[in-house]
Design a protein around this ligand. Sequence first.
Ligand SMILES: [Zn+2]
Ligand SMILES: [Zn+2]
Ligand SMILES: [Zn+2]
Length: 108
Amino acid sequence: MDDNKLLTSIHKCSKCNFTASYIEVINSHYNTIHATNEEKKTNSKFYCENCNIGFNDEYIFKFHYAIHHATKEERKKYYNFYCETCNYGSNDASVFNIHMSAFHNTKK
Ligand SMILES: [Zn+2]
Ligand SMILES: [Zn+2]
Ligand SMILES: [Zn+2]
């Protein structure tokens, strides 16, 4: 049996018994479960101080920020289409139109 050879390619988390075949999986596991806020900060390209969540993708970070923390003015700037009534925004015209007709009965 050659099965034991497979085990040599398995990475193990330094803090617990979690194992994975890819070091990337270990890293994201570590970041989610064990990393302190300071570690998350240094390990992530973008970091939300309010939620202690790290992001490596600028788009996702901006999206998170726009949804959770942006002020009305910031949301307005961020979205191409913005509904003053609900503080709802979208960059997709068709999605925005669905919102408008569903919540505000606008017909075009
Ligand atoms: Zn672990
Ligand atoms: Zn946040
Ligand atoms: Zn609305």
